[in-house]
Design a protein around this ligand. Structure first.
Ligand code: ADP
Ligand code: MG
Length: 258
C-alpha cells in the first residue's frame, strides 16, 4: 500500500479514499452528547486545525479517530477502512494514526531512543537495529539526536514533545493527530515544537491539529474546523475563518483569543 501523499497525478488518485472519513458520528458519555453527527472528510496531505472552546469535543474527536474512544453510532474510516474494534488490527490502526498529546506520555523508565524504537519493534516487527537506525534519523530530524540516551525527565518540555513526535513518526503513520501539543509547554519552547509540526506538514503528512496557536493555524493549516458543543459549526480556510467567521460562536471565540 502506498504511503505517498497526494500529487502523484496518476489515474488511481481519483479512486483514492480520503485519509479520514467520518459519517454521522455520534459519541455519548452517559447522557452527555459530546460528538453530534460529525461528518468530516480529510483528504491525503491536508492539515486541519481544529479550534473551539474547552469542552466542545475536540479531544474526543481525535480520540475517536484512533479509537481510543469508540463512537456510539455512525462510522469512521481511516484510509478507506472502518476502525477495527480490537486485536492486531486495532494495534495496526493506532500505529497508522500517530497521536501526540498535551502531556508527552513518554515512558519515564526508558531512554529517548528506546521510547522511539519500542513501537516499531513490537507492533511493526522491525528488527532492533533497523528500529534504532530509523529512531536516530528521526531524532536528528526533530533536532534532539544528542539527547537519545537520556531519560525523559532529563529533557526540557519542548525536547520531550519533539521526542513524542519522533516516537509517533517511527511507526510510519498515515495520519498524525495532535491534541494541544504545545499547551503544557513553557512559552519559549512552543516554537520549536510548532516548527517540527510545520516541517511535517510541508512534507505532506495528513494532520489533524487541535491547538490554540493561531499563528500555526494561519501559516500551516489548509483548513480550519471550528467546534462548539460537539458540533462542527464552521469548516473553512484559515483566511476565511479568521477574517470572516460566520457563526456567533466563532466570533465570540475569536474575540476572546485574538
Ligand atoms: P475539548 O477537547 O474540546 O475540551 P473534550 O472532547 O475533552 O473537549 O470533552 C467534550 C465533553 O465531553 C466535555 O463536556 C467533557 O467534560 C466530556 N468528557 C470528555 N471525556 C469524558 C469522559 N471520559 N467521561 C465523561 N465525560 C467526558
Ligand atoms: Mg481537549
Amino acid at each position: 500500500m502506498s504511503t505517498e501523499a497526494s500529487g502523484s497525478g496518476d489515474a488511481s488518485t481519483a479512486t483514492t479514499p480520503p485519509m479520514i472519513k467520518a459519517v454521522s458520528a455520534d459519541k455519548y458519555f452517559g447522557d452527555l452528547h459530546v460528538l453530534k453527527d460529525i461528518n468530516l472528510e480529510v483528504p491525503r496531505g491536508q492539515v486541519v486545525v481544529v479550534l473551539g472552546p474547552s469542552g466542545s469535543g475536540k479531544s474526543t474527536l481525535c480520540r475517536a479517530i484512533n479509537r481510543l474512544e469508540p463512537i456510539n453510532s455512525g462510522s469512521i474510516e481511516v484510509d478507506g477502512e472502518p476502525l477495527p474494534a480490537e486485536g492486531k488490527a486495532l494495534a495496526a490502526l493506532r500505529a497508522d494514526v500517530g497521536m501526540v498529546f498535551q502531556q508527552f506520555n513518554l515512558f519515564a523508565h526508558k531512554s529517548i531512543v528506546e521510547n522511539v524504537t519500542l513501537g516499531p519493534v513490537k507492533v511493526r516487527k522491525i528488527s532492533q537495529s533497523e528500529a534504532r537506525t530509523t529512531a536516530m534519523e528521526l531524532l536528528e530530524r526533530v533536532g534532539i539526536a544528542d539527547q537519545a540516551d537520556k531519560y525523559p525527565a532529563q529533557l526540557s518540555g519542548g525536547q520531550q514533545q519533539r521526542a513524542a513526535i519522533a516516537r509517533a513518526l517511527a511507526m510510519k503513520p498515515k495520519v498524525m493527530l495532535f491534541d494541544e501539543p504545545t499547551s503544557a509547554l513553557d512559552p519559549e519552547m512552543v516554537q520549536e515544537v510548532l516548527d517540527t509540526m510545520t516541517s511535517l506538514a510541508d512534507e505532506g503528512m495528513t494532520m489533524v491539529v487541535v491547538t490554540h496557536e493561531m499563528g500555526f493555524a494561519r501559516r500551516a493549516a489548509h483548513r480550519v474546523i471550528f467546534m462548539a458543543d460537539g458540533e462542527v459549526v464552521e469548516d473553512s480556510t484559515p483566511e476565511d475563518f479568521f477574517s470572516n467567521p460566520k457563526s456567533d460562536r466563532a466570533k465570540d471565540f475569536l474575540g476572546k483569543i485574538l
